[in-house]
Design a protein around this ligand. Structure first.
Ligand SMILES: [Cu+2]
Length: 472
């Protein structure tokens, strides 16, 4: 666990240097310190040093932005800039983000705080920031052209408002939005309640992350910005499994996970081994009478959901988007299904021309996890991640919630793999298998089969369906 001091002053973690190229000395002196972060590791919660106390959140593979108090106002400094984000070990993407990373740092405040945010634009084009879900004066809402002129490259704008209601929010540009969100510009915002709130429970662990998606061809570094739906990297906080940290909790902890969706499709978020309740949306905490147990909650485009559960089952529990192609990494989708196709003959002919050619998919796709085919530079196999029993065969929007008896309170470190008590792991049956009984009465009693198939005259379906892939 890193202390706040390590977090703020650790080697390489912080860049206080400020390019003076575009800002005058006077303006520079008035700006809060610029804090930047480039490590993709989940940073320790930022314990509040002043202002009203609260229990801070943990941003998955991210961090919380420090602030300074100035005459009773909490001042933050966001810098919109190109960043390099390691999306998984061995795979880096050239994105746009804030303060060194995509997504930008989480902003945490308390209900009733007056907040002033300086936004410096170091992008090659204009931008703005919309504070998604906040009650604020219209001129602070950040829609370029509607509420304010856009922030041109090199300029710094100031947003100021009172964080009026507690809840879970996001920030993102509202200028050239498709490009800037496809490039990774977004961040999380949490407003903690100032007193005990009848609909907001105190929890032991409070995690946040954004769902986001990119279209980066294998071997390249920059997302395609014109993509509308057919993204090929499905990520949480611009990380893809196995680059997504596990959520480490103590047995019997009350756990909250806040999820925001800034992709262009919905994501049914599914937790194994526990039931949770949706306790909040972007509209605020939900009424208790509206809550019911779930194991999957859909998070639609532009929505926030906060889920809560009692972590009362020990183990390593999968937590993922239930759209199965969102747990795969970069791949081409325009390929016919080859399961059951014997293509040994054609493979022999092709390898005479293309020595590296490899047949794929004739027994399913699991072979892909161990395939030895050379990958282009700067990409990642589409399913990967080693578990204690072998490959997990997952990529993208997947991680593990680790529930441990021996985990210390407020200790977020990874406890390693779960040690299963003897006799609690699925095992191989090695007895004799009986021949199955097969029905002999055709289509059943109400609709008896008219003709029996003659041996050798079985119908074989040869239809190939179009395999286009564009809808999510
Ligand atoms: Cu999904």
């Amino acid at each position: 666990m890193k202390s706040r001091r390590d977090f703020l002053f650790g080697a390489g973690a912080v860049t206080a240097a400020f390019s003076a190229a575009s800002v005058s000395k006077v303006a520079l002196a008035a700006l809060p310190e610029l804090v930047s972060q480039t490590s993709p590791d989940t940073q320790a919660p930022l314990m509040p040093q002043n202002g009203r106390p609260y229990n801070p959140v943990v941003t998955l593979n991210g961090w919380t932005l420090p602030w300074r108090m100035n005459g009773g106002v909490k001042e933050f400094h966001l810098v919109a800039e190109p960043v390099v984000r390691e999306m998984a070990p061995g795979f880096k993407a050239h994105l746009w983000g804030y303060n060194g990373q995509s997504p930008g740092p989480t902003i945490e405040v308390v209900e009733g705080d007056r907040v002033r945010i300086f936004v410096t634009n170091r992008l090659p084009e204009h931008t703005s920031i919309h504070w998604h879900g906040q009650r604020l004066p219209n001129g602070m809402d950040g829609v370029g052209g509607l509420n304010q002129p856009t922030i041109h490259p090199g300029k710094t704008f100031v947003y100021e408002f009172v964080a009026r209601r507690p809840g879970t929010f996001m920030y993102h540009p509202h200028a050239d939005e498709m490009t800037q969100m496809a490039m990774g510009m977004m961040g999380f915002w949490v407003t903690h309640p100032k007193d005990r709130h009848p609909l907001i429970d105190e929890v032991d662990r409070d995690f946040v992350f954004l769902l986001n998606a990119y279209d980066i061809d294998p071997g390249s570094y920059t997302p395609k910005i014109m993509t509308m739906l057919d993204f090929n990297l499905w990520s949480w906080n611009s990380r893809i499994f196995p680059g997504i940290d596990s959520l480490n909790v103590r047995w019997k902890d009350k756990v909250r996970i806040r999820i925001g969706n800034l992709t262009m499709t919905n994501h049914p978020m599914h937790l194994h081994g526990h039931e949770f309740q949706v306790t909040g949306t972007d509209g605020g905490p939900t009424a208790k009478s509206s809550r019911w147990p779930e194991v999957t909650a859909d998070v639609a485009v532009g929505q926030m959901r906060q889920i809560e559960f009692l972590a009362d089952e020990e183990g390593d529990w999968a937590f993922h988007c239930h759209k199965s192609h969102h747990t795969m990494n970069a791949m081409g989708h325009d390929v016919p299904t080859l399961i059951g196709v014997d293509h040994r003959g054609v493979v022999k002919k092709i390898t005479e021309l293309v020595p590296d050619y490899m047949a794929m998919g004739e027994r399913g796709m699991a072979d892909m996890t161990e395939m030895e085919m050379p990958l282009p530079d700067n990409t990642i196999p589409m399913m990967t991640g080693e578990g204690p029993f072998g490959s997990v065969e997952m990529g993208g929007m997947f991680t593990v919630v680790k529930v441990r008896r021996e985990q210390k309170r407020n200790d977020y470190s990874n406890p390693g793999w779960f040690a299963h008590p003897p006799g609690t792991v699925a095992y191989e049956f090695d007895g004799a298998l009986a021949e199955p009984h097969r029905r002999q009465d055709g289509g059943g009693h109400s609709m008896p089969r008219q003709h029996q198939h003659q041996p050798g005259q079985e119908i074989e379906v040869q239809v190939r369906k179009p395999s286009g892939h564009s809808d999510h």
